[in-house]
Write a protein that binds this ligand. Sequence first.
Ligand code: ADP
Ligand code: ASP
Ligand code: MG
Length: 489
Amino acid sequence: MSGKRLIVMKFGGTSVGSAERFRLCAEILRTAAEKDRIIVVVSAVAGVTDVILKTIEASRQGDAAMTDASLRKLELLHQALIAELFGDGHSHTVLSFVNQVLDQLRSSCRALLTLRSQISAETKDSLAALGERISAWVLANYLCQTGTSSEFVSAENVVVTDSNFGNAAPDMQATVERCQAVILPIVDRGAIPVVTGYCGANKAGQTTTLGRGGSDYSATIIGAAAAAHEVWIWTDVDGVLTADPRICPDAATLPEISFAEAIELAYYGAKVIHPKAAYPALDAGVAVWIKNSFQPHVGGTKITHSAAPFNSPVKAVTCVNHATLITLVTRRDVHSAELFGRLFLRLGQEQVDLLFATQSSPEHALGLVVRKEDTARVLHLIHNVFRIELAQGVVLPLAIQNDIAVIAVLGESMRGTCGILGRVFSAVAAQQVSVIAVAQGASELSICFAVASANAAEVVRAVHSEFCEGAEFAMGPASRPDLSLIAGV
Ligand code: ADP
Ligand code: ASP
Ligand code: MG
C-alpha cells in the first residue's frame, strides 16, 4: 500500500456535468485506484454554483417567482441526474441527502424574501458551497455502488482557512493536521475520499469559499497538505492551450509550462486553472497535470518548476475581456509620486488586484487597469483617498474608460529575446486596432496591453497566429505522464 503514489484528482463542473460524465469519472477512478492511492476533489455540477448565486440574488431582491423557478431548476437537475445514475430502486438515500441540502437553500431564501434583509458574507458562502456538497455526495455514493470503495468528505473538516469569506486563504499547517486526521485514514483503509471542492471553514467552523473556480485551488491545497505526489486537474479541454479554444479553435496543447507561467496565464484570463492554484503546489513541490476527462488517454499539460523550452518564445495569448482604465492626473506643481504612493498603499490594504498600471511622470498621470467587477470598489477607494485633493483640484477629475480588454502575451523564453514587442504590435496594427495602454512585466514573462473589448477576439487571434501557429510544442516521450492506467478508458 505505502509504495503506491498518492494522487489528488480534481473533477471540474463539466467533468460531472451529466450522468454520462459521472460514469466516465467513476471509470477513470476505478482504473486509477488499481495502481495508485487517490483523493478526489469535486466541483459542483456544471452551472449549479451560478444558479445558486442567482437564486440568492433573486431572493435578496424580493423576486419570489425567480427564486422558486431557480430552486425548482436545481431540484429537477439533481433529481434527473440521480435517477439516471442510481435507478429508481437505489436513489432514495442519495435523494434524501440532496433534498436536505436544497432545503437549507430554500429556507435561507425564504428568510431573505420575508425579511428583505441583506445576506451576510458568512451565510452567502455557506449557501454557495452547497453545489459541491451534492456532487461529492453523489460521486462518493456512485463509486460505492459501482464497486469502488469511497467516502464523502466535507472540506469544512479538512481545509482550514482565514475568515475572508468569498475569497478565503488556507492555513496550511492546520490543513496538514486535518488531512492527516480526516483524509489519510480513509486512504489507508483502501477507500477514495471524495472531498467537496471550492470551500473550507475558518477556525470557528464557519464555511468559507476560495473564490469562483476555486476547486482547482482546493485540489492543490489538499495535494500539498497530504504530501501527494501529483495533482491531476480533470477538465473539458486537453490541457493548457496556447489560447482560449473558444477564441482560437486551432490553439495547441502545451505539454509543459512552469508554475510562474501558469500563475500569469490564470491571472490574465485562462480559466482552465484558478489563479491561486499553483501556489500550494509550487511551495510543496507537487507537480500538477491538467487533463481532459472527455479524452483521458490524451497526455495533458504538466505544470512544473522548470518547463522545457519550446521553439516559440511566446507560449500563450490570453485575454481578460471586461476591464476598465482609470486615469488619474495631478496638478503639475505637486509631487505626484507621493500621492500615487498613498493610493497604492490603500489598494494593497484593500487587497485590490490591478491588471496593470502605467505611469507617466512628465504628464503627472497614472493609469490603472482593473477588472470590471473591481471598478466600483477602486473608484470608491480613490474618491476616499483623494477626497480633499479632488475637491481642491490637486487631483483632476478622473477619466474612466469602460469596455476595454486586456491581452497578455506570455512565456518565460521571451526574457532576453529581441523583437517580441515589435512583432506583437505589428500584428495588432495589421488589424487596424489601436492600443490603449501597455505594460511589460519586469520579469519579462508577460506583455500586457489594452484594446477596446470589441476588438479583443480578433487581436488575440492575430497575435496567436503570429507566435503560436506552427510552433513546435511537441516533446520527447520521457516527459509524458504515465497514462497506462487510464489508457483503456
Ligand atoms: P472546469 O469546470 O473543469 O473547472 P473551467 O470551465 O473552469 O473548467 O476551465 C476550462 C475552460 O477554460 C475551457 O473549457 C476553456 O474554454 C477555458 N480556457 C480559457 N483559456 C484557456 C487556455 N489557455 N487553455 C485551456 N483552456 C482555456
Ligand atoms: N463550483 C465553483 C464555481 O463554479 C467552484 C469550481 O467550479 O471550481 O465557481
Ligand atoms: Mg474551473
